[in-house]
Design a protein around this ligand. Structure first.
Ligand code: XBP
Ligand code: MG
Length: 253
């Protein structure tokens, strides 16, 4: 029977709802500051989310006829500007953690479970979220922060999960991924991991077939019960997701 030894956390959409009111807004601020006409409204950004990574997302928008064509170097400059804007938004407290995230992180940390981050986001954007939304003490509590261009292929490739597991010296059979999107789920699945999904407005209707639990949020005792979208292991008492549920998923066949 497998025991839960390691939790690997996705960032955008999982720790916090950063996409619509964080990354999207920061991209638009960078476009405006550069004198560009392009703006990504909420619906457009939802289409662009099929490509992970901010630089890759801009290139994808160019290829589909959205943004005017620019060089990779210009994309990199724009992305650096966007990351600065994003850090300011996070520092201003624009994006709170999702319900239950801090509770679950704390419970796992207190139980001696190894914690790590596996994300496509740029490291400095991740640092801002940890510092301002989680608290600086969490820099030391995550045993690995696997982020951005540290691997050549971003999600849905398995690389960022494989990298994090290698750094930590943990095996797939003792590691659980926490994700919010189809690309994240595909990445975790390709790395051989079990995975819990907390959906958001952008990802709710995506295909999570084969995931180990799909819920509206992790929730908390003092909130309404969470919505359970898929519960293949027939977990009980799912008013909110507790560490015991995650441990039960690892022990299930
Ligand atoms: C989500 C992403 C990221 C962000 C933008 O990653 O695809 O690219 O949208 O971040 P995850 P950058 O859910 O894996 O955290 O602009 O820094 O790439
Ligand atoms: Mg995500």
């Amino acid at each position: 029977m497998n025991q839960l030894k390691c939790l690997l956390w996705d960032v955008d959409g999982t720790l916090a709802d950063t996409e619509r009111d964080g990354h999207r807004v920061a991209f638009n601020m960078a476009f405006e500051a550069a004198g560009m006409d392009r703006r990504w409204d909420e619906a457009t950004y939802g289409e662009l989310l099929k490509v992970t990574g901010g630089k890759e997302r801009m290139r994808f928008d160019i290829e589909r006829g959205g943004m005017a064509d620019i060089s990779d170097a210009r994309i990199a400059e724009l992305h650096a500007s966007k990351t600065e804007m994003y850090q300011k938004l996070i520092a201003d407290g624009a994006i709170p953690l999702r319900p239950g995230v801090l509770r679950l992180l704390q419970a796992a940390y207190d139980s001696g479970i190894t914690l790590g981050v596996s994300t496509t986001t740029t490291p400095s954007a991740l640092d801002a979220l940890i510092e301002h939304s989680l608290g600086s003490e969490w820099f030391d509590r995550f045993a690995v922060l696997a982020a951005g261009d540290i691997v050549p292929a971003k999600k849905p490739a398995a690389d960022i999960y494989l990298y994090a597991m290698q750094e930590l010296g943990v095996q797939a059979g003792e590691t659980l991924a926490l994700e919010d999107s189809c690309n994240g789920w595909l990445s975790a699945q390709a790395a051989g991991l079990k995975c819990v999904i907390t959906v958001n407005g952008y990802t709710r209707n995506q295909d999570f077939s084969g995931a180990d639990l799909v819920v509206s949020e992790f929730g908390d005792a003092d909130r309404d019960a969470i919505e359970v979208l898929d519960n293949p292991h027939a977990l009980e008492n799912l008013h909110h997701v507790e560490l015991a549920h995650l441990q039960a998923i690892m022990q299930a066949d």
